[in-house]
Structures are given as C-alpha cells and as structure tokens.
Ligand binder design. Structure first.
Ligand SMILES: Cc1cc2nc3c(=O)[nH]c(=O)nc-3n(C[C@H](O)[C@H](O)[C@H](O)COP(=O)(O)OP(=O)(O)OC[C@H]3O[C@@H](n4cnc5c(N)ncnc54)[C@H](O)[C@@H]3O)c2cc1C
Length: 325
C-alpha cells in the first residue's frame, strides 16, 4: 500500500476507547449537508455498491435470487430512518407489503427487517405498532417473517415494547439486541418468556459511556457471554439465537460453545451484511451452517453507509479510490 494511503487505516482498536475515525464518521452520519452532498455525488454513490446491489428494490430482489443459489437466505431492508411525518410511514408499510408479495411471487427464502422509526415510532407508538402488526401478519401469510432492527439507545425501551406486542401475535418475529449496551443481558431475560428470536449484533451507533462499553474488546466479550446465554436458552427452546456479526474468531468461539451444548447446526444462524465477508458466508454455508445475508436498498443510504464506514474506517479507502481513481 502506498505510504500516503496508510493514513486511512487506523490502529487496531480492540482495547482503546472509540477510535477517532469511528467517532468522526458517526458524527458525519448526522450531517444534513453531507447527506445532500453524498446523495448527489455519483462517485460516492458508486462506492456504496460494495455494500448494496442498487437503490431499486428490483436490484435487491435480483441480487437475492443469486445469493440463494448456494443455500443462503436473505433479509431485505429498505434504507431510511427517523421519519419527520407520520404519513410517510404509511408509504413505507405499503412498500413492504408489496415487497412481501414479490418475495412470494419469486419464491425467495427471504424475510424483511424494518427500523421502528421508519414506521413512525417517533411520531406515534400506536401507529407504529399497527404498521408492524400489519407487516408481521403479511409476512406470516407468505411464509416469511418480520424483524425489528435496534436503533440508538434512546429507542430501546420503545422497541422492546413493540417487539413484545408483535411477537405475542406473530411468533416468528425477530429482534436485534446490541452487545455494547450494558442493559442487554437484562433485556434478554425480560424477553425469555416470549421465546424470542434474537439477532445479536455489537451495535452501530455512537453511544455515551454511561450506557455502552467504550472499549471494543468489552463489547466483543459481552457478545460472547450474551450469545452463550442465548445458546443455553435454545437448548430448552427458549430462544432462537442469531449471530449478526462478521467477526470470524468470535463466531468460531460461539460455534464451539454450541457444539459443547450439543446444539445442532440450524438451531442457530449466522447473519451478515451483503458484500461483507462473502467468502466466509459461503464457507459457513458449505459447512452446513444456516447463513442469511441482509440486503439493503433504497435511496436514503447516507446514514446507513456512514455507519458501515465507521465499522471499518479502512473502508474510507474505497471511497477515496473511487474519487481519485
Ligand atoms: C445482519 C446484521 C444486522 C444488523 N443489525 C443491526 C441493528 O439492528 N442495530 C445495530 O445497531 N447494528 C446492526 N448491525 C451492525 C452491527 O451492530 C455492527 O456494527 C457490524 O456488524 C460490525 O460489527 P461486527 O460484529 O461485524 O464486528 P467487528 O469487530 O466490527 O468486525 C469484524 C470484522 O468484520 C469485518 N467488517 C465488519 N464491518 C465491516 C464493514 N463495514 N466493512 C468491511 N468489513 C467489515 C472486518 O474484517 C472486521 O475486522 C447489524 C449487522 C448485521 C451483520
């Protein structure tokens, strides 16, 4: 790598508090000015191709049809969050109702994941719940399932409440929990009676040290501990554990724990993002693991894309390469 490019690559951050690169990128994710610049910039748009097959739902549906050929499954998500008016949530709900029909027509083994704020959580909890119930019912009717993403820590209480209400009526509904939050082990216990379907992720937002581990190494260890609890719950049918991570050493440790507990492959799953660790996705699948790829699409990609850059600031190099050729 040329000397001048080394500056894009930050030092390993496993024991340091949130690295500067990550915090800058997460702060930039909130900038309206950068948002409108990026959405107009053809080069930045081109760089997003690494993480999304395209902006149109058809791009995602076509990419999904390719991915499932080796037995991987798909979760679709339309990018966009934090709506400013409730009426827009109706459009999002209608879009996903259409998408479930497309999933059925194309015979895809695909689920859908939504962000509660995309369905109006900020404006009206009851309207958001009604939308989620409509989508979960539709999912069930086409043999699919609905997932709720977890957004920043100010949304956790409301999202748990939403999940409890939807899960009670539609048992296949899944929820993301974040290992960087101190509260997550307790939240998992709270959900235990519901036999939750949990996608455990590390967490993608800039959180204060009062609520989340500042050190990545602590988040990683918490991930292992919570995943182990989920596996133990799975042995008695009290949880469906999903590992939402690209951290291969961590996945290896958790699979070893599943083997100790005699939990067969397929009783837990690995979920990764489109375009990240594709070879490992294929390898895990070839070894008989259940692997699902989360495919994003839509034109509101800026905030989401900045979070992907923040997860691995070395990715900024791909953007630089697109801009400077
Ligand atoms: C299926 C799925 C759903 C998710 N849903 C949510 C959610 O609802 N709420 C939420 O807060 N977060 C969500 N996330 C994001 C998650 O919180 C992490 O920010 C993200 O997964 C990066 O952490 P990691 O577990 O892969 O581990 P890391 O330790 O960050 O990464 C492990 C390795 O994976 C590779 N890698 C990780 N990220 C990237 C990247 N962006 N580009 C290139 N390589 C990378 C690198 O090689 C890295 O060394 C989701 C992630 C996945 C996979």
């Amino acid at each position: 790598m040329p000397q001048t490019l080394r500056c894009w690559r930050l030092p390993p951050d496993s024991t340091l508090p949130m690295p500067i690169g990550r915090s800058i990128l997460l702060a930039a994710a909130k900038s309206e000015a950068l948002n409108s610049f990026a959405l107009k910039s053809r080069v930045v748009k081109r760089a997003t191709k690494a993480f999304m097959p395209g902006e149109k739902p058809e791009d995602a549906l076509n990419a999904g049809a390719e991915l499932v050929k080796d037995g991987r499954k798909i979760i679709y998500t339309k990018l966009g969050e934090a709506l400013t008016q409730l009426a827009d949530a109706d459009k999002v709900r209608d879009h996903y109702l259409w998408l479930f029909d497309q999933i059925k027509t194309r015979g895809l083994p695909a689920h859908v994941s939504i962000k509660p704020t995309q369905l109006g959580l900020d404006q009206s909890e009851s309207a958001c719940l009604a939308h989620c119930l409509a989508l979960a019912a539709k999912a069930e009717s086409v043999g699919s399932a609905l997932w709720l993403d977890m957004e920043d820590s100010t949304y956790v209480d409301r999202t748990l409440k939403l999940y409890e209400a939807v899960k009670a009526k539609h048992p296949s509904t899944g929820l993301a929990l974040q290992s960087y939050l101190f509260r997550t082990p307790k939240d998992l216990e709270r959900l235990r009676p519901l036999k939750p379907v949990i996608r455990l992720v590390k967490g993608a937002y800039a959180e204060p040290a009062t609520v989340a581990f500042p050190k990545k190494s602590d988040t990683d260890e918490a991930y292992y501990q919570i995943a182990s609890t989920m596996l133990e719950m799975a042995t008695t049918g009290e949880c469906t554990p999903i590992l939402g991570t690209h951290d291969m050493p961590l996945i290896g440790r958790i699979i070893a724990r599943a083997n100790e507990l005699k939990l067969a492959k397929g009783r837990y799953e690995v979920h990764m993002l489109y375009g990240i660790r594709s070879r490992e996705q294929q390898r895990l699948r070839a070894e008989g693991h259940a692997v699902t790829v989360l495919v994003s699409y839509g034109d509101a990609w800026y905030r989401w894309y900045m979070r992907r850059l923040a997860e691995r600031p070395a990715n900024v190099w791909f953007v630089a390469k697109s801009i400077f050729g």
